[in-house]
Design a protein around this ligand. Sequence first.
Ligand code: HEM
Length: 323
Amino acid sequence: MASSSSPFMAKLSLALLVLFMGSATAQLSSQDFYSKSCPKLFPTVKSTVQSAIAKETRMGASLLRLFFHDCFVNGCDGSVLLDDTSNFVGEKTANANRNSVRGFDVIDNIKSAVEGVCPGVVSCADILAITARDSVVLLGGPSWDVKLGRRDARTTSRAAANNGIPPPTFNLNRLISRFNALGLSTQDLIALSGSHTIGQARCTSFRARIYNETNIDKSFAQTRQSNCPRTNGSGDNNLAPLDLQSPTVFDNNYHKNLIQNKGLLHSDQQLYNGGSTDSIVRSYADSQTNFFNDFVSAMIKMGDISPLTGSKGEIRKNCRRAN
Ligand code: HEM
């Protein structure tokens, strides 16, 4: 008793606490982080995202997904953007990314535009976070203040991406534990999965579901089968919308579809399959406002995953390689 309350012990505990907090929860700053160093940051990013989406609406979805794939692998550190080098094989050829993840050219364009107005100041990791927000807004979804101050990783690995990004074959428990391991709740999982209200998936990602599963609307399965042949290897890259109703609008139709057994991916329908998360899906299907509110909090939480801050990492000049 006496020893644990001694001034020495108190100081030691405080020092340990500070040390622990410093390493475990590096803090991001508010969205004013670059207000002095790069006052034109937000309009610069937004106009480039806007022209990319004007050229191809799907790009908004692809850019949102890039941020997710960045944050789920070693935290939101821009690592997904790194090309392979002689020292490492990066994330671009990991299972979830190969022939699938896209938008790197758009990020390059945004980065050059930002470098044009304030060279060497804004990280690629922060550009991904702002780009994801702008994409959601431009497709009709909610807006939020993006926390900033992330720095960029100097290295990464394909293995980290293979371990970090959940595949569409996961069942509910595995999805929940993957999200929980990163500090995201089950509710965050259901809200963030609502991102599948926009964008496309390849036949290879949903073939097993539309041919073998029973918790799927019959006519929906038939429609999807018409452009996704049963045989592995044929038509693997044929695309279908993740949200059959409005794949270019950010709304709550994803959750409405799940209630009708019209989730495209196995992992989508897992969220509404007679289990503990059905009620959350129903609440979002019933109220787009609830969905938007929870989606915003979950995106902010996802953006907080293990950032590099302070003197860690670097501000990359080119998002594809370390300086
Ligand atoms: C819950 C676990 C998740 C799984 C298993 C999953 C899986 C997938 C798969 C398999 C695709 C289609 C890829 C292809 O066939 O090429 C996809 C697309 C997409 N995902 Fe997810 N995803 C998950 C969560 C998320 C989250 C949290 C977000 C965003 C915050 C997100 C955003 C997207 C978007 C926007 C697309 C469409 C991309 C495009 O059209 O280019 N996903 N996802």
